[in-house]
Every structure is written in structure tokens, then in C-alpha cells.
Design a protein around this ligand. Structure first.
Ligand SMILES: Cc1cc2nc3c(=O)[nH]c(=O)nc-3n(C[C@H](O)[C@H](O)[C@H](O)COP(=O)(O)O)c2cc1C
Length: 371
């Protein structure tokens, strides 16, 4: 009898994942001047013991002004790189799990307060605030100081900043880079007709709106070692009339695949406050399925995937090649262990924890590879 698909390995370009469970990127708002802190070692270190196939580091800003909040992680200078390096050293001493990083720029959604302080926009004149940039001078919130529209030089500088961050990721020997093209952040702001009202080569038609994200992809692909995956996270729809749609997402995914993108991670929303999201278990899976049917590269589904059977069905039916979990694994940091127990799979666990497995799941936990 075949084992669970969720626990079958998958190779993406030159990177082999032990199973189909991806830990989604999750901002922790716990950095200082873009530098990771002890919190990141504790948080990511714990997740690196979970038995998932891939750990994705939270959105790391490619320039300081690209941070969502003043406490976001960056990967834009020697100090932020060194801090991420220290965290990675700690993780790698105790886990073989591949680690990727999400490279991001928040565009008009930058310069906000911490979620647990309310998350409000911080004006450029206030401490911890700065002037935001975007494709067009349209604020996210009605009361926001409008962003400054990026000119050609600004676009070139940001494209180069993405590439420089990818180079830093390569120096840190990260296994994968994901570009944040979702949730209403800068690259998504270029894609959506609601936030991109430019009348130059970077706005208007779908081809023009895709131009800057594709240029960024090309620059990052060239800066990150061949054979190591570069992937894109997209919002499959804005959930707003007149916004970015699944058909446009499919066209974007096909353009990315043609340029050598390694995988597409399909989320949704985040661009416009009018969004009406039909939240429920697996609510974004149909978007992933639509992309999967249109491209030949691996596709990741995400969003309220909390039950092992559900995750197994998503990869088993071919709706997606991988599932990503965020809140699910914060709530249950050993979710892959429990999914393996439920489905009859195995996971790698630290030697120190091998004795923990209940007798009925005797072969669930495997020791790490010998180094
Ligand atoms: C605390 C937290 C931080 C997040 N930060 C990011 C992020 O840095 N980048 C990103 O693309 N999505 C981020 N997300 C969205 C998740 O990656 C994921 O897409 C979303 O939570 C849905 O998956 P879930 O239902 O398993 O939580 C975050 C979600 C949470 C809960």
C-alpha cells in the first residue's frame, strides 16, 4: 500500500525536501534595526525541529524603507546579514531542515506600528515612521500620507536591492529565495490595477503591470546560485471587483515559469481594504489548483490547512505539490509529527526527542542524517 503523499520527498531544482510540508514565512516584528534577535533563534529554532520539509524565514526587507514595521527583519547591509547568519548558525547546529528566506518590500504598506500596538500607519514625521514608495501615489488607507511614485531610477535601485539581498542570501548559504509578490506589498502593488495607475511602461496593460515584478525576478534569479530555487509568492486574487484576478495570476505564473521560476506559492488578498474573503478551511486551494493546471512547476497551497487528512487530499489529488502552514504550526509546533502519526508517515526529529514517540507510533520519528 502506498504511503502518504504528504510525506513523499520532492525535488525543486537542486533542492530535495523530505516531505511536502512548508513552513510559511511569518513576520515576528522582533528585530532591531533590521537585525534578527534571540527571539528569531528561539522561534525559528523550534520550527526547525518540527519535521517539516522547508522552513521559510519571514519577509526580510531589501531596504530599510521596505519594512512593514520598524521591527521587521532586513537583509540589506552587513549588520542585518550577520544577524541572520548568527540565527542560521544556531539552527543548523541542530537541524538539517532546508531554510529559505522571503525577500520583500512593503511599498505603500510600509511604516506601520507593531500588530500588538494596533498596527496603524506611522506618519513620516513621527518616530519610527518614514515616507513610503509605491507604483502610484495612492495610499493603502484613506488617511495615510500618500506614497511617492517610484521613478525609473527608483525602480532600478529597488531591483538592484532585491538582487543584492539575494546575493547576501547566497552568502548565508540559504537553500531557497522566495519573492514576496503577494498580500498587497510592493510587487503585488505593481500587478494590481487598483494600486498601479501608471501610464508608463510599468502600468496599464497586464504585460506592463507584470514588467517590474518580472525584472525583479530576473535580477534575483541571476544573483542566486543556479540550481538553488527562486520562487514567487502571489496573491491569486484581490477579492475586489476590478482588481487582480486568478486569470491574471495564471498569466503571471506562466511568465515566471518561462523565466526559470522554481515554484509558485499561491496565497490571496491584502491589497485593498474592500476585500471580501470567503475564509474557511482551504479557502485558497482553488486558486492554487488553477495555477497548478496551467504551469509545469511545483505549486504550494496555503491558508487554513489545519487537518492532516485535508493536507494529504490537497497533494494527493494534485491540487498542489506542497502545502504551507503558518498559524497551524505556531499553534502546534510539532504539527508535522502529528500529521505523520495520523497518516502513517515519518519525520526527522532530534536525537534528544526520539524517546518521546508513543508506542503505537514507534517508527514515526527518525534520527537526523549523520553529518
Ligand atoms: C504571525 C504571522 C506573520 C505572517 N507574516 C508573513 C510574512 O512575513 N510573509 C508572508 O508572505 N505571509 C505572512 N503571513 C501569512 C502566512 O504566511 C500565511 O499565508 C497565512 O497565515 C495563511 O496560512 P495559515 O492559515 O496556515 O496561517 C503571516 C501570518 C502570520 C499568522
Amino acid at each position: 500500500m502506498p504511503g502518504p503523499r504528504l510525506f513523499e520527498p520532492l525535488t525543486i531544482d537542486g533542492l530535495t525536501l523530505a516531505n511536502r510540508i512548508v513552513i510559511a514565512p511569518m513576520c515576528q516584528y522582533s528585530a532591531v534595526d533590521g537585525c534578527m534577535t534571540d527571539w528569531h533563534l528561539i522561534h525559528l529554532g523550534q520550527l526547525a525541529l518540527s519535521g517539516a520539509g522547508l522552513l521559510t524565514i519571514e519577509a526580510a526587507a531589501v531596504v530599510p524603507e521596505g519594512r512593514i514595521t520598524y521591527a521587521d527583519v532586513g537583509l540589506y547591509d552587513a549588520a542585518t546579514q550577520a544577524a541572520m547568519g548568527r540565527t542560521l548558525d544556531g539552527i543548523r547546529r541542530h537541524s538539517d531542515m532546508p531554510v529559505g528566506v522571503q525577500l520583500a518590500h512593503a511599498g505603500r504598506k510600509a511604516s506601520t506600528d507593531l500588530p500588538w500596538h494596533g498596527g496603524a500607519t506611522i506618519a513620516p514625521s513621527s518616530p519610527n515612521g518614514w515616507q513610503t514608495v509605491a507604483p502610484s501615489p495612492l495610499g493603502f488607507g484613506a488617511d495615510d500620507t500618500p506614497p511617492v511614485a517610484l521613478d525609473r531610477d527608483g525602480l532600478a535601485a529597488l531591483r538592484d536591492a532585491f538582487a543584492a539581498a539575494a546575493k547576501r542570501a547566497a552568502e548565508l548559504e540559504l537553500d531557497l529565495v522566495q519573492l514576496h509578490g503577494a498580500h498587497g506589498y510592493l510587487l503585488h502593488q505593481f500587478l494590481s490595477p487598483l494600486s498601479n495607475r501608471r501610464d508608463d511602461a510599468y502600468g496599464g496593460s497586464l504585460e506592463n503591470r507584470m514588467r517590474f515584478p518580472l525584472e525583479v525576478f530576473d535580477a534575483v534569479r541571476a544573483a542566486f546560485p543556479a540550481g538553488k530555487p527562486v520562487t514567487m509568492r502571489v496573491s491569486g486574487t484581490d477579492w475586489v471587483e476590478g482588481g487582480w484576478t486568478i486569470d491574471q495570476t495564471v498569466a503571471f505564473a506562466q511568465a515566471l515559469a518561462a523565466r526559470g521560476c522554481s515554484a509558485i506559492h499561491v496565497s490571496s488578498g491584502g491589497l485593498d481594504a474592500r476585500q471580501a474573503i470567503p475564509v474557511g478551511p482551504g479557502y485558497q486551494v482553488p486558486l492554487a489548483r488553477a495555477v497548478k493546471q496551467a504551469v509545469g512547476i511545483p505549486v504550494v497551497a496555503v491558508g487554513l490547512i489545519t487537518e492532516p487528512d485535508h493536507a494529504e487530499a490537497i497533494v494527493g489529488t494534485g491540487d498542489a505539490d506542497l502545502v504551507a502552514v503558518a498559524r497551524t504550526i505556531l499553534y502546534d509546533p510539532h504539527w508535522p509529527w502529528h500529521a505523520a502519526a495520523a497518516l502513517g508517515g515519518t519525520v526527522v526529529a532530534p536525537n534528544q526527542y526520539l524517546r518521546s514517540q508513543p508506542r503505537q507510533y514507534k517508527d514515526l520519528l527518525q534520527p537526523p542524517r549523520q553529518r
